[in-house]
Ligand binder design. Sequence first.
Ligand code: JA8
Length: 245
Amino acid sequence: MKIDVVSIFPGYFDALELSLLGKARERGIIDLQVHDLRESAHDKHRTVDDTPTGGGAGMVMKPEPWGVALDGILSAAPADADPLVIFPSPAGDVFTQSMARELATESHLVFGCGRYEGIDQRVFDEYAARGRVRLVSIGDYVLNGGEVATIAMIEAIGRLVPGVVGNPESLVEESHEEDGLLEYPSFTKPATWRDRAVPQVLLSGNHAAISTWRDEQRIERTRRVRPELLPPEHRGESRGRHAAE
Ligand code: JA8
């Protein structure tokens, strides 16, 4: 998978070297290229922002540097690649595990990281007219720019690209995958820590009982914190109150 990122803060993306993505890049599974938007601003001060037309607070990203940067990336792409351009935005479709799975099948993603009050609308319109563009939100809160949202999406998408995560089973066996329930609580050694014992059943060696306990934990945890995720067959019957409630 080819990933291009356009940002005025390319240094943010150094963080991706530290995670799984670093290894995937070494192995050539993910080819990540970060572009400094300022290098596409050709005036003396490399200006990327200007005042909002019609008035209002803050600054808006000028369209010209975006045009130069995105034209460069898209014209260098193979003619059959059909790249998908993603702009992180609180006004976008909500990013979910299911969207991450879809995006992991793409061959070329281009992330455009806005700052200030956003990017001139004509940039979205231009690239939507020429190809595929999506506005994507990672949640209902406002960041200072698209960089952190892009890092979150690249990490979620990247680990689903075949060959990136070592054990494919660990991909399925986790929250939001398989059945949409939250994950069961995990424990390791020692069996008692600060007077807190690991649940007895996990030390029993009874794998059927452990599996049943974990399923119950997943359902109760989901009912407590994310009841909207519960499938209809688990709505209604409750197994009482819980310590973390
Ligand atoms: C922001 Br400015 C800006 C650009 C993208 C995003 S995504 C999000 N939650 N906030 C802010």
